[in-house]
Design a protein around this ligand. Structure first.
Ligand code: SF4
Length: 261
């Protein structure tokens, strides 16, 4: 990274200046992508979804205070190794064979950063015996670009899980650091994906009253309901886990959380 390093936003601190997440996505892509190659920190096969081969990529366009991801999110220039789509796919296949699973995903970051890399991996998954690719996304880039959702719709094995961070624009800024006018993008991502014919569902930290009030949850459900009632009905409601990295980021942001609650 060059002199621009100083103004690359890392994590939130009290009084932070809200940012444009599309701009941050561009800046991050310049660091973590080179042609069809993208940086990864590791490949493994965690038990989630009943076992899923996972590539942990570097770099995100949000700065969630409760983010569990390691510090490659904040300092992507310092972490990871560039992998071509073929290399990433081979690693995913190796993990999947070892654990005898038929599902894959890219996690640990925002997988839609680096479009050519993601589409090249999806092409390989499409031609493989894998049953499903779970696209875990924050919806920022897919909400801003309907063509991207249409590109993903060319692949039949994708199921998208769109993480909605907040139920109001103000809460979106407080939690992610992004400016409130970008609050709608994850909802638009769902609209774009559904219109393009991609299977998807929404997830939120809405089961955790420490991170989402009842009123905010109601507004979130209303918004999802306005797109399709099944989205609200099938919302994956999570709680924030007290992972070390999440605790440190919350501390940096000056947010105290009672983990005993
Ligand atoms: S929680 Fe997800 S969307 Fe938020 S900063 Fe971490 S990786 Fe990005």
């Amino acid at each position: 990274m060059n002199s621009a390093e100083n103004d690359y936003i890392r994590y939130l601190e009290p009084g932070f200046a809200p940012f444009d997440p599309l701009e941050l996505a561009k800046r991050t892509e310049e660091i973590v992508c080179a042609g069809d190659r993208r940086k990864y920190t590791k490949f493994s096969c965690p038990r989630m979804y009943g076992g899923i081969a996972t590539g942990y990529a570097c770099g995100c366009c949000l700065r969630c205070t409760f983010c569990w991801v390691n510090w490659s999110r904040d300092f992507p220039e310092k972490y990871g190794t560039f992998r071509s789509a073929a290399e990433a796919f081979n690693e995913l296949r190796r993990m999947a064979r070892k654990r005898r699973v038929d599902q894959v995903r890219i996690s640990g970051a925002e997988p839609t950063i680096g479009k050519s890399h993601l589409l090249a991996v999806l092409q390989k998954v499409e031609a493989s015996p894998f049953r499903v690719f779970v696209l875990e996304t924050n919806g920022i880039l897919l909400g801003a670009d309907a063509d991207y959702a249409r590109d993903i719709a060319r692949f039949t094995k994708v199921h998208a899980r769109v993480a909605i961070k907040a139920g109001t624009p103000e809460a979106f800024t407080d939690k992610t650091g992004a400016r409130p006018e970008f609050f709608e993008l994850p909802f638009r991502a769902i609209e774009n994906l559904l219109r393009a014919g991609v299977s998807c569902h929404a997830a939120a930290m809405s089961a955790d009253p420490r991170f989402m009030t009842e009123d905010e949850r109601d507004r979130l459900l209303e918004r999802l309901n306005s797109i399709h009632p099944d989205l609200a009905r099938n919302l994956e409601e999570e709680i924030v886990s007290p992972y070390h990295n999440a605790r440190e980021r919350l501390q940096h942001a000056g947010i105290e959380v009672d983990w005993q609650q």
